[in-house]
Design a protein around this ligand. Structure first.
Ligand SMILES: *Cc1c(COP(=O)(O)O)cnc(C)c1O
Length: 376
C-alpha cells in the first residue's frame, strides 16, 4: 500500500529543533519569550518593517483586526465570498453582518467593480461598511491597487487576509502590507507552519501594542488583575514561535518549490482538453501555495473535477475541490451577497492538487499520470 499523498503537509527544515531546544533549555515554555519577539521581528522584516503581533491563529488575527477597527453589532463588513470560512466567521463573532462580494475570473479574488458597486449601494442606504476583508486566495494576489483606491475613496479600511499568501507580492510589495491590517496564518497546511499560529501585520506600533494587549486578556497596568475591556487568549506561545523562526529562514525556498510544482503541473497537463490553470496578472507574483486547475466539462469529453478527484483518491492521492463560496454556505444563507456566478463556477469545476514543498518528482509524476488516465 502506498503512503497517502497529502494536499499540503508540514515541511520542517531541521533548524526548528534548535530553536525549540533553546526554548526547553531556558525553560521558556510559557507563552511569550524571546522567540516570540524574534519571530515577530523576522516577520516584520518581510512586511516592509510593519510591526507584527504573533498570535495563536490567523482567525484570531482577523478577529483582532475587526475589533481594532471598531466593528460592532449590526455593522456591515464586506467580505470576499470565494474563501475559507475563517475569513468571514470573525465578522459574526462581532455580531456584525457579512456582505459577500463575488470574484473576478482573472485572479479568482474580489472583483473590484463589484466591490465598488456594493460599497456605493450600502453608502446610499446609510450603511457605510465598517471594513472590507479581501483575500489572496491560494497565494494569488488580489488587485490591491484598485481595491485600496476604491476603499480610500469611500473611506473604508481594508483587512487583507494574506493567510495563504506569505511570500506573494504585487509590484514587488509583499501581500499583507496593502491593507490597514494584514493577516497571516501558520496553520499546519500553510506555506510555513508553527503547528498552529497566525500574525497580525499592523499599521504602527500603537496598534501592534493594542493587539498584544487584547491577545493577553487585556490586563490593565496594576499589581493585581484588573480589566477595563474584554480580552482574549490569542497570543502565540514561545515554543510555536521557535518553530516559526526556523520555518521563516526557508520561506523563499518553500515558495520556489511550490512554484516549481505549479510549473510542472502546468507543463504536463495543459494539453488535456478542458484543463486550465490560473495565470499571474501583470506585476503579480504568487507563492503558488496550492496548484489549482479547472476542468471545463463542455470541453473535456465528459471528465469532471469530481471524476478526477475520485480517481486520485483510489490511488491514495489527496486532492480537493476549490473553496465553496460563502454565499452558498448553509450557515450564511441569510447574509446579503453580490454574486455573478464566477466563484460558483470555479467551485464546480476547480480542483486543488497535491502541492507540498516536500513532494518528490516521483510524487508529482504519479499525480500527473493518474490525472492523464482520465482522458484516455
Ligand atoms: C487558513 C486560513 C485562515 C485561518 O487561519 P488559521 O491560522 O487556520 O486560523 C484564514 N483565511 C484563509 C483564507 C485561510 O486559508
Amino acid at each position: 500500500m502506498q503512503n497517502k499523498m497529502w494536499l499540503s503537509s508540514p515541511h520542517m527544515c531541521g533548524r526548528e529543533e534548535g530553536y525549540v531546544k533553546d526554548a526547553f533549555d531556558t525553560n521558556w515554555i510559557a507563552p511569550l519569550g524571546p522567540h516570540v519577539n524574534g519571530f515577530e521581528q523576522g516577520l516584520s522584516a518581510r512586511m516592509l518593517e510593519h510591526p507584527v503581533a504573533a498570535l495563536s491563529s490567523g482567525t484570531a488575527a482577523l478577529h483582532l483586526a475587526l475589533i481594532l477597527l471598531g466593528v460592532e453589532r449590526d455593522d456591515v463588513v464586506i467580505c470576499q465570498s470565494f474563501t475559507f470560512s475563517a475569513s468571514a466567521n470573525p465578522i459574526v463573532y462581532q455580531g456584525a453582518v457579512p456582505y459577500f462580494v463575488d470574484s473576478e475570473a482573472d485572479t479568482w479574488n474580489m472583483d473590484p467593480d463589484l466591490l465598488e458597486e456594493a460599497i456605493s449601494r450600502l453608502v446610499t442606504v446609510g450603511k457605510r461598511p465598517k471594513a472590507v476583508v479581501v483575500v489572496h486566495l491560494y497565494g494569488m494576489p488580489a488587485k490591491m491597487d484598485r481595491i485600496t483606491e476604491i476603499c480610500e475613496r469611500y473611506q473604508v479600511p481594508v483587512v487583507e487576509d494574506a493567510a495563504e499568501a506569505l511570500g506573494s507580492s504585487l509590484h514587488e510589495k509583499p501581500c499583507g502590507t496593502f491593507g490597514r491590517f494584514g493577516v497571516l496564518s501558520f496553520n499546519g497546511n500553510k506555506i510555513i507552519t508553527t503547528s498552529g499560529g497566525g500574525a497580525l501585520v499592523c499599521p504602527d506600533d500603537a496598534f501592534a501594542e493594542r493587539a498584544r494587549f487584547l491577545a493577553t486578556q487585556a490586563r490593565d497596568t496594576a499589581p493585581h488583575y484588573q480589566h477595563s475591556v474584554i480580552g482574549y487568549n490569542y497570543r502565540m506561545s514561545n515554543v510555536c514561535a521557535a518553530i516559526g523562526r526556523g520555518q521563516l529562514e526557508v520561506l523563499d525556498q518553500r515558495v520556489e518549490q511550490r512554484r516549481k510544482n505549479f510549473a510542472y503541473y502546468q507543463e504536463t497537463l495543459s494539453d488535456l482538453p478542458g484543463i486550465s490553470f490560473l495565470s499571474e496578472t501583470a506585476g503579480s507574483f504568487s507563492n503558488r501555495w496550492l496548484t489549482c486547475m479547472t476542468i471545463d466539462p463542455d470541453h473535456s469529453g465528459g471528465v469532471t473535477r469530481e471524476s478526477v478527484r475520485l480517481a486520485l483518491e483510489t490511488q491514495q492521492i489527496e486532492s480537493r475541490p476549490l473553496w465553496k463560496p460563502m454565499h452558498l454556505q448553509p450557515v450564511f444563507a441569510n447574509a446579503p451577497a453580490m454574486s455573478t456566478g464566477v466563484s460558483e463556477r470555479l467551485f464546480n469545476t476547480g480542483l486543488c492538487l497535491p502541492s507540498g514543498s516536500n513532494l518528490t518528482s516521483e510524487d508529482l509524476s504519479r499525480v500527473v499520470e493518474h490525472i492523464r488516465k482520465n482522458w484516455k
